[in-house]
Design a protein around this ligand. Structure first.
Ligand code: HPA
Ligand code: ZN
Length: 333
């Protein structure tokens, strides 16, 4: 099957998606209107024009600004449901979603409001469309350790529905070591762990995420390859890298998609997965990321299959669920 048809038909899991980053400008305006929240943009076009970034921080400033319209449980529900509709279109059958509670609790929105809105949409998507999901709570790394501890405390009543904790926001200057004690406490509560590392930050941050935070996956991790010993370990231990090509171009981690190292990482045997990160801001959902990456890097159909098998292997599904999806991929002729 040629790659473009394969992309449409193959079942896939998404492992790196910030729910706040799926807020499309149209929905931002609709929610702002019904909540009576002022936004600094006059039109959808003006919002899209502002989505021109030169690094991670310039994106984060706009991303936190957009999230200010989200106030009520229904808002978080509608946001999540809209993303899950896109999953359905792209044949994403399983998704592991990041949410950033501190972005909301710092504005006075209770943790419970955020969680319940997202969770209700996840339950609906499972029953209506058969899409399975997991939730991952991300700590904002530009905030303090104490703030992360407070967020962890707020999550405890909901822990049966939150599979893992992660680390996002401004990477450089906020190494994983800053959160070692919070991650120890989270693991003691039964949470799995992941962390953004090696996006803008150096390979040393990937090393810390593995050794100090006990992470099961590295989010991005494209700079791991700069440290040969580290990269050899990532390959040997099959530590999944949740790579987000369109994000990396928009945030200038690589100058052009043609320069992205995804194909090299894959050819060197890393467990690479492909993801959309913040699709409303970076120009496309999962299949768009696949299409553009296949074109720019001349990925073969076999490489597309490997990326999709890796997405299930690297997921937090049970071993039997993983095997079932991988078998379905292998049967797809
Ligand atoms: N990196 C760090 N923080 C983020 C990202 C990202 O790609 N997306 C949303 N928050
Ligand atoms: Zn991310």
């Amino acid at each position: 099957m040629e790659p473009m048809e394969l992309i449409r038909r193959i079942p896939k899991a998404e492992l790196h998606l910030h729910i706040e980053g799926s807020l499309e400008p149209e929905l931002m305006f609709e929610i702002a209107r019904r909540n009576g929240v002022e936004i600094r943009f006059k039109s959808v076009e003006e919002v899209r024009k502002a989505y021109s970034f030169h690094n991670l921080q310039s994106f984060l400033d706009i991303y936190y600004e957009g999230a200010k319209v989200l106030l009520h449980e229904q808002d978080f529900h509608d946001l999540t449901r809209a993303y899950l509709e896109r999953c359905r279109e792209d044949h994403v059958v399983h998704t592991e979603i990041f949410f950033d509670p501190q972005t909301h609790t710092h504005r006075g929105v209770p943790f419970e409001t955020v969680f319940k809105g997202i969770q209700r949409a996840l339950v609906e998507a499972r029953s209506e469309w058969g899409i399975s999901s997991k939730l991952i709570l991300c700590f904002l790394r530009h905030l303090s350790e104490e703030d992360a501890f407070e967020t962890l405390r707020q999550a405890i009543p909901f822990k049966k529905d939150i599979i893992a904790v992660g680390l996002d926001s401004s990477e450089v200057g906020h190494p994983p070591s800053k959160f070692k004690r919070v991650f120890d406490a989270a693991r003691a509560e039964g949470f799995l762990t992941v962390a953004h590392a090696g996006e803008e930050g150096p390979p040393a941050y990937v090393r810390e995420a593995l050794d100090l935070l006990g992470v099961r996956r590295i989010d991005h991790g494209v700079r791991s390859i700069e440290d040969p010993a580290l990269f050899a370990e990532v390959v040997r231990k099959r530590i999944p890298l949740t790579v987000c090509p369109l994000s990396n171009i928009k945030l200038r981690v690589f100058p052009r998609l043609e320069d992205h190292n995804l194909k090299i990482l894959l050819q060197k045997g890393a467990c690479v997965t492909l993801n959309s990160d913040d699709p409303a801001y970076f120009g496309g959902y999962l299949n768009q990321n696949f299409r553009e990456t296949v074109r720019a890097l001349c990925l073969t159909s076999d490489e597309v299959r490997t990326l999709c098998e890796n997405s299930f292997e690297g997921s937090f599904l049970s071993e039997s669920e993983k095997e079932e999806w991988i078998r379905k991929i292998r049967e797809l002729k």
